[in-house]
Design a protein around this ligand. Structure first.
Ligand SMILES: [Zn+2]
Length: 338
């Protein structure tokens, strides 16, 4: 769709290439893992009542590379992101919270449908071994993209368009939102690690690009940084055509999966399964075959139908309480002020 309104259909952040040289994930039975229930049994009662500790925040080397100091987008960036480290660390903590934190078992029952669709949320968080992140501001078309350096997949480069930064000057949450989306590409799983000596894992099918982009925007949504042009569907007919349309379309579907259908941690479990097993398509009449059924009991096409029934049935699509009300309200204030 072509339009002169920048917020109606702006260019989208692009996909990261599939990660290919991840370290071997730890054994799920590793007794040293801090989410192991055996360890919790050794805690005193006051410690047991506390939420389980998040995995520690990663501390990659952070770099900023500005390729044109005279470009007006550079000044806009300094205004929009005055503390780059803080912005990146805030995004990182959202990624840890949404993709790498297993909720205590009792919180799973907060979902109204969890009693009828019990799906235990269980996985052992394992972060990709990302060692450095370089933010590069350049005069490029589009919005942003993320790549790994040629020699080492654990070194990531996020390139952001200086013209796009400049046009976002009056939307203060846009660039932090773009950074959050791209940072997810530095810390999400797409496939099991490559075999030793190989640089890419071609034997395991990779997930649809729409799922990778949907997870990135799911985290952006949970950060309260959804841009004003996103529209949460309020009825089945307002959904995208397919579940893997990507970006906000898949993000809202994943938010329903997590907030309504399954419970907190569902998308984290999905991300973890991409690392442990990969995206298995066999038996794929319902799409995603064993991958989705193994996680949630039914295929993804069935989940897509249920999502539509939910939107039509409860009348709470646009205004549903999906767990981030405070951040959403804050975002509305920011948007109206901008
Ligand atoms: Zn992306």
């Amino acid at each position: 769709m072509s339009t002169t309104t920048p917020s109606a259909d702006p260019p989208r952040p692009s996909a990261a290439p599939p990660s290919s040289t991840q370290e071997t994930p730890p054994d799920n039975n590793n007794k040293n893992n801090n989410t192991n229930t055996d360890i919790n049994n050794n805690l005193d009662s006051s410690q047991k009542r506390r939420p389980q500790p998040d995995p520690p925040l990663p501390t990659p080397k952070l770099r900023l590379q500005v390729n044109d100091l005279r470009h007006p987008g550079t000044l806009s960036f300094q205004t929009l992101v005055p503390d780059v480290v803080s912005t990146l660390e805030t995004a990182l903590s959202t990624i840890i919270r949404t993709l790498y934190t297993v909720p205590p078992p009792q919180q799973d029952t907060s979902s109204p449908q969890s009693a009828t669709h019990p799906t235990p949320i269980t996985f052992t968080p394992s972060l990709p071994p990302t060692r450095s992140i370089t933010l590069i501001l350049r005069d490029i078309p589009g919005v942003a993209y993320t790549t790994a350096t040629e020699l080492d997949d654990s070194h990531k480069e996020i390139t952001i368009s200086l013209p796009y930064i400049h046009t976002s000057a009056k939307r203060p949450s846009e660039i932090p939102g773009v950074i959050t989306h791209e940072l997810v590409h530095c810390y999400q799983h797409t496939a099991p690690p490559a075999e030793p000596g190989k640089t890419n894992n071609k034997s395991t099918p990779h997930p649809p690009t729409g799922l990778i982009e949907g997870i990135a925007d799911f985290v952006r949504l949970k950060a309260g940084l959804e841009p004003p042009h996103w529209k949460k569907p309020s009825a089945a007919k307002e959904r995208a055509e397919k579940w893997d349309q990507g970006y906000q379309h898949t993000a809202y579907f994943l938010a329903w999966l997590e907030d309504v259908r399954v419970g907190r941690g569902a998308v984290g479990m999905l991300n973890d399964r991409l690392l442990r097993v990969g995206y298995c398509e066999e038996g794929g009449k319902e799409g995603g075959g064993e991958f989705w059924r193994g996680l949630f009991g039914v295929g993804v096409e069935r989940l897509w139908v249920e999502y539509g029934e939910y939107l039509d049935g409860c009348g709470c699509g646009a205004d549903s309480k999906t767990g981030e009300e405070g951040e959403r309200d804050q975002e509305k204030v920011v948007v109206s002020a901008g």
